[in-house]
Design a binder for this molecule. Structure first.
Ligand code: MLT
Length: 235
């Protein structure tokens, strides 16, 4: 059986060997949920960058700038990091430059992996089907919050582990813990997630709508993967 492991924070990533792995990067609230929504609405590429300066530089090359710092839209950027920002049909065919506090940085950190996929509850089934069809060991990389563990990405890891359990062996305690946590709160996911620190932060900015949207499961049957320095939709 192929192995499934979970890295609950980018700070722990140096402990993992990525070379032969598919890494699924997840930042449920909200970067990877917004990216999947953007691809579902036909953006052409998303270039994740760690800094505001790199994002601004890409704007001068015709990119649409998107992202946040501390959960809030960056002054002068075209878009923030709400999934609802990416539903505009005018973004059809657009190239986005995307920088966020945790999510875009985690994607860049994972780039040495064989394959880097974008995970969210919104495309959970599509990701699970892709991984089952592909014969590679998988690492789920949780973006966390500023290097620390967070609940929402760990819950996603548990949900994906549940969907993969007949095809993969759980190779570490983090995966087992995430799967057990997800199972134990699945019937009351929104209530549990609402207590997490980032959900509280977002609610302070009146982003309740984003929280509810990001918790939707299997809304989009699409996958996005990293090709060199940018993400593209692959199915
Ligand atoms: C991040 O990358 O940390 C997030 O997506 C923050 C947010 O909710 O905007």
């Amino acid at each position: 059986m192929r192995s499934l492991t979970t890295c609950v924070s980018p700070q722990l990533l140096p402990l993992h060997d990525l070379t032969d792995k598919t890494v699924v990067v997840v930042d449920v609230l909200r970067a990877t949920s917004s990216m999947i929504t953007a691809f579902a609405h036909h953006v052409e590429t998303i270039t994740p960058v760690p800094t505001l300066a790199e994002c601004r530089m890409l704007k001068s090359q015709g990119y649409v700038t998107a992202g946040e710092r501390g959960g809030q839209k960056v002054q002068g950027f075209d878009l923030g990091n709400s999934p609802f920002d990416f539903m505009d049909h005018q973004l059809h065919g657009a190239k986005l430059a995307f920088t966020t506090t945790n999510g875009s940085k985690a994607i860049v950190l994972a780039s040495e992996a064989k394959t880097v996929l974008i995970g969210a509850f919104l495309n959970l089934m599509a990701t699970a089907e892709y991984l089952i069809a592909k014969n590679q060991p998988v690492l789920i990389l949780c973006a966390g919050w500023k290097g620390k563990f967070n609940i929402e990405d760990t819950l996603y890891a548990g949900a994906l582990a549940g969907r993969l359990s007949n095809h993969f062996s759980f190779d570490d305690d983090a995966t087992l813990a995430a799967a057990t946590l997800y199972k134990s709160v699945a019937s009351n996911l929104s209530e549990f997630l609402g207590r997490s620190s980032h959900a509280q932060r977002l609610m302070g900015f009146e982003n309740q709508k984003d929280l509810e949207f990001c918790m939707e499961h299997d809304k989009y049957m699409i996958n996005a993967a990293l090709q060199e320095d940018h993400l593209v939709r692959i199915n």
